[in-house]
Design a protein around this ligand. Structure first.
Ligand code: ADP
Ligand code: MG
Length: 724
C-alpha cells in the first residue's frame, strides 16, 4: 500500500513546524495609529482654518469645500510619501462581503521627463473605477459602466504596509454615474443620518435642547478557525469554498469543552501578536482574544467605535487576518461552518446609538430623565425587531450562514429579543398598565425607580438569543463570521429610525393632550408593547418548544434558509421602509436582492461542482485502490489458506457505487437552468442541490471510516482541528 498521499506529506511537514519569529512588540503608545492620517496628525499638518473645516466634516458629515480638500490632499500626500508610499488607492466596499481597491501612483512626469508627484483635492475626493465589473444588480451595464468612488472623510485614511510596499488607502463610497449606491458604505451613512434625524425629533419632544449629532456604534466580535496550510493546501474544498465538503466526525470533537478559554497554542499566540500589532498601527483597538468553543477556533474583539469606522475596520481586519495567518503557516477560515458537526463561527455585532450630549441612549443611566429616554429607545428597538424581523434575517442570509443558523449552537433562524429578567419585567409592567398610575402629588416615578437601580450586568446571559440586550447595547448574534457588518447595521439603524419616528408622532399626540413627560412615555410604550411584546423572549431559543411556540403562538417567522429569507427585501413594507427613511431607493434595494440571490446561487453551484470533482477524482479512486488492495492481498492470503472477511470490501464497494450514483444525479441537477423566477432558482439550490450534495457526502464519509488510513487522500477532521 503506498503511503504517499498529499495528506501523508502534509502530516510529515507539520511535525517540523516552529513559530515564525516576529519583531518584538513595541511599546503600545509608540505604535498606536502610527499609520493613520487621523485628526491629531491633521491638526499637526494643517492650518488652523483648514483643520477646523475638516474636523467639522469628520464630526458632522458635512461636505468639505474644494479649497480645504486641496490643502488636506497636499498634507496627506506629504505624510504618505514620507512613510514610503508610492501609490494611493480609494478603498471601497462593493455589495459582496469583500473590499475593493484600485491603485494609482503619485507619480507624473513634467515636460523635462523628470518624475514629480501629484495628488490634488480632486484626486483625493473622486476616483473612477469601472462600475460594471462589481456586482451591481443590473444598476450598471458594460455599455453604461461609469462608477465613481468618493472619499469618505469621516473614516480616516491610512497606510497599508505589505511586502510589496506601502500604499495610501482612502476609505470611499462607491456609486454609479447616475448616483445609485453600489456599495455597503453609502446605505450605512444614510441609515445613520435617518436614525439621527428621527432621534433628534424624539429628544426635542422630550425637552432636550442641546443635542449633538447622533451616531450608531459597533463592536464586532469575530470568530475564526486556523488550519495549517499544509493541510489546507491538500483540501480543494477549503481552498475554493472555505469549508470542508467532506469529512467524517473526529473521534475527539469539542465534547470535552477543553478548548474554550484554554491555553492558546504557541504558533497561534505568535500569529495573534503579529496581527494585533498591525491593528494597533492602523488605529484599530484590538481588545480581547481567546480560544473559542471548537478546537482550532478563536475569537478577536476590538473595542467599539462609530459604526462607519468600525465597519471599515472590520473589513480591514478580515483582510489582515487572512494575510497574517498565511505568514504563520495557517489558513484563516472565516466561513460560518467550516466543519460539519463542529461549532460554527459568528460575528456578534454589538450596537448602540448615542451622542456627546445625551450619551449612550441604550444605557439606562441613573436619573429618571435618562431612564425615560432609555425606555423610549429600547422600546423603539423592540418594535423594530418585531416589525422587521424578516429583514434582519435577510441581511444576515448567505449560503454559508445557513449552515450555522438554527443549528444547536447558534441563534435560531427566528428573530426574537432578549431583555433579561429585570428589564423584561419593566416592559411587561408597562404593558399591563402597572406603571401608569400617577403617584399622589404629580410626578409619576413609581416603576421607574426599578430602572434607576437597573444593573448593567444582569448576571445571567442568554446565549441562545439572536438579539440580546447586554446592559448598555444590543448584541445581534446571528450575524455570520464572514459577513460585512454593514448590512446588519443598516437594518438596525433604519428600523430604529422608523420606530423613533412612530414614537415622535405618538408623543406629540400625548403632549397635545396635556400629558406630562412620564405619562406620555408610558402611554406610548404601553401601546407599543400591546402590539409588539410577542417578540420578547427570555427562554431557551434552541429548544423545540420555542420553535413551535414562536410560530404558532407568537406569530413570529422561522426562516431557515437564504432562499426563504431574501424575498423579504422585496416585501412592500421593507421597500417602503427604506424609501421613507431615504436609506435605499426601490431600485437600489431591488439590486441588492438580485446581487445576494446571485451570490447564493453561485456559491452553492461552486460547492456542488467541487463535490462532484472531489468525489470523482479523489474519493472514488481511493476507494478503488483500497478494493484492489483487498482483492490482491485477499487472493494471496487465501492461497496461504487464510480466510478473509469480505464484508469490508462489500461496504466499500456499495458506498463507492452509491456515491457515484448520487454524483450523477447532482450533475444532472446542476445542468438545469430553466426557472420561472429568481425565487424558484433559490429554492431549487436550497433544497434539491443541497440535499444531493449531502447524499454524496454521506457515502464519502462512510468510505473515510472504511478505507485504509494510508490511502485516504484528504486531511481528516482530527488532524486539521488540533493545531501543533
Ligand atoms: P462578550 O461578553 O459578549 O463576549 P466582548 O467583551 O467579547 O463581550 O465583546 C463585547 C463587544 O461589545 C466589544 O467589542 C465592546 O467594545 C462592545 N461594546 C461595548 N459597549 C458598546 C456600545 N455602547 N456600543 C457598541 N458596542 C459596544
Ligand atoms: Mg458577545
Amino acid at each position: 500500500m503506498s503511503a504517499n498521499t498529499s495528506r501523508q506529506q502534509a502530516i510529515q511537514q507539520i511535525t517540523n513546524r516552529k513559530p515564525v519569529p516576529i519583531k518584538k512588540t513595541d511599546f503600545l503608545g509608540e505604535i498606536w495609529a502610527e499609520d493613520v492620517f487621523n485628526l491629531a496628525r491633521m491638526e499637526w499638518a494643517l492650518s488652523k482654518t483648514a483643520f477646523k473645516a475638516i474636523k467639522k466634516t469628520v464630526h458632522t458629515g458635512e461636505p468639505l469645500d474644494a479649497a480645504t480638500a486641496d490643502v488636506v490632499a497636499a498634507a496627506m500626500k506629504e505624510w504618505a510619501i514620507a512613510k514610503g508610499a508610492k501609490f494611493f488607492s480609494h478603498i471601497f466596499y462593493p455589495m459582496t462581503n469583500i473590499t475593493a481597491e484600485k491603485h494609482d501612483g503619485f507619480i507624473i512626469t513634467n515636460a523635462d521627463g523628470a518624475a514629480i508627484t501629484e495628488f490634488s483635492g480632486s484626486l483625493l475626493i473622486k476616483g473612477e473605477p469601472d462600475g460594471s465589473s462589481f456586482p451591481n444588480g443590473s444598476l450598471r451595464m458594460t455599455n453604461a459602466a461609469r462608477g465613481y468612488t468618493a472619499w469618505d472623510p469621516t473614516s480616516p485614511a491610512y497606510i497599508m504596509q505589505t511586502d510589496n510596499g506601502a500604499t495610501l488607502m482612502i476609505p470611499s463610497v462607491f456609486m454609479s454615474w447616475t448616483g445609485e449606491a453600489l456599495d455597503k458604505k453609502i446605505p450605512l451613512l444614510r441609515s445613520n443620518r435617518a436614525m439621527d434625524k428621527a432621534a433628534q425629533d424624539v429628544l426635542k419632544l422630550m425637552g432636550e435642547t442641546d443635542i449633538a449629532p447622533l451616531n450608531s456604534s459597533c463592536g464586532a466580535e469575530q470568530e475564526y478557525f486556523l488550519v495549517d496550510t499544509h493541510f489546507a493546501n491538500s483540501r480543494p474544498d477549503l481552498l475554493l469554498a472555505g469549508r470542508t465538503l467532506f469529512g467524517a466526525p473526529p473521534a475527539k470533537g469539542q465534547e470535552f469543552d477543553d478548548h474554550y478559554f484554554g491555553a492558546i497554542p504557541a504558533r497561534v499566540q505568535v500569529f495573534m501578536q503579529d496581527f494585533e500589532d498591525q491593528l494597533y498601527k492602523l488605529g484599530i483597538p484590538a481588545k480581547t482574544h481567546h480560544n473559542e468553543v471548537a478546537p482550532g477556533q478563536f475569537e478577536i474583539a476590538p473595542y467599539f467605535e462609530a459604526a462607519n469606522v468600525a465597519a471599515d475596520h472590520q473589513q480591514l481586519m478580515m483582510t489582515l487576518m487572512k494575510a497574517t495567518a498565511k505568514k504563520h503557516g495557517f489558513m484563516c477560515l472565516l466561513h460560518e461552518k467550516p466543519f460539519a458537526g463542529i461549532n460554527g463561527s459568528g460575528k456578534h455585532v454589538n450596537w448602540s446609538v448615542g451622542n456627546s450630549t445625551q450619551g449612550n441612549l441604550l444605557d439606562p443611566g441613573s436619573t429618571p430623565n435618562e431612564n425615560l429616554l432609555f425606555l423610549l429607545f429600547c422600546g423603539a428597538v423592540i418594535r423594530g425587531v418585531h416589525l422587521y424581523g424578516p429583514l434582519l434575517r435577510a441581511v444576515i442570509a448567505s449560503a454559508s450562514n445557513d449552515h450555522r443558523l438554527g443549528a444547536n449552537e447558534a441563534p435560531p433562524a427566528i428573530l426574537s429579543v432578549y431583555l433579561g429578567d429585570q428589564l423584561e419585567k419593566v416592559f411587561m409592567d408597562i404593558k399591563e398598565g402597572k406603571l401608569s398610575e400617577t403617584a399622589q402629588g404629580g410626578e409619576m416615578d413609581l416603576g421607574l425607580s426599578q430602572i434607576l437601580n437597573f444593573e448593567r450586568d444582569p448576571g445571567d446571559r442568554n446565549r441562545t438569543s439572536p438579539f440580546a440586550f447586554t446592559g448598555n447595547r444590543f448584541e445581534f448574534r446571528a450575524v455570520g463570521s464572514s459577513q460585512s457588518v454593514s448590512g446588519p447595521l443598516v437594518a438596525m439603524n433604519t428600523m430604529l429610525a422608523d420606530s423613533l419616528s412612530w414614537i415622535a408622532g405618538k408623543l406629540e399626540g400625548e403632549f397635545g393632550k396635556g400629558a406630562s413627560k412620564s405619562e406620555a412615555v408610558i402611554t406610548v410604550l404601553q401601546e407599543l408593547m400591546e402590539d409588539h411584546s410577542n417578540v420578547i423572549f427570555g427562554g431557551d431559543g434552541y429548544s423545540a418548544e420555542w420553535h413551535e411556540a414562536a410560530v404558532k403562538e407568537r406569530g413570529l417567522k422561522n426562516i431557515p434558509t437564504t432562499a426563504d429569507a431574501l424575498p423579504a427585501l422585496r416585501e412592500e413594507s421593507v421597500v417602503k421602509l427604506f424609501e421613507r427613511t431615504g436609506v435605499l431607493s426601490p431600485i437600489e434595494l431591488e439590486s441588492r436582492f438580485e446581487v445576494y440571490a446571485e451570490q447564493y446561487v453561485l456559491s452553492i453551484e461552486v460547492e456542488a461542482k467541487l463535490v462532484i470533482d472531489m468525489a470523482k477524482t479523489l474519493i472514488y479512486p481511493a476507494a478503488l485502490d483500497y478494493l484492489s488492495t483487498l482483492a490482491s492481498t485477499g487472493a494471496g492470503l487465501s492461497a496461504m489458506g487464510v480466510d478473509l472477511d469480505n464484508s469490508a470490501a462489500k461496504v466499500v464497494a456499495d458506498h463507492a457505487n452509491a456515491m457515484m450514483a448520487a454524483v450523477s444525479k447532482l450533475s444532472a441537477a446542476l445542468s438545469q437552468d430553466e426557472f420561472a423566477s429568481t425565487e424558484e432558482h433559490l429554492q431549487f439550490c436550497a433544497s434539491s442541490i443541497r440535499s444531493l450534495m449531502d447524499e454524496v457526502r454521506g457515502h464519502a464519509d462512510v468510505l473515510e471510516a472504511e478505507v485504509s488510513d494510508a490511502l485516504w487522500p484528504l486531511p481528516k477532521y482530527q488532524e486539521m482541528l488540533y493545531i501543533k
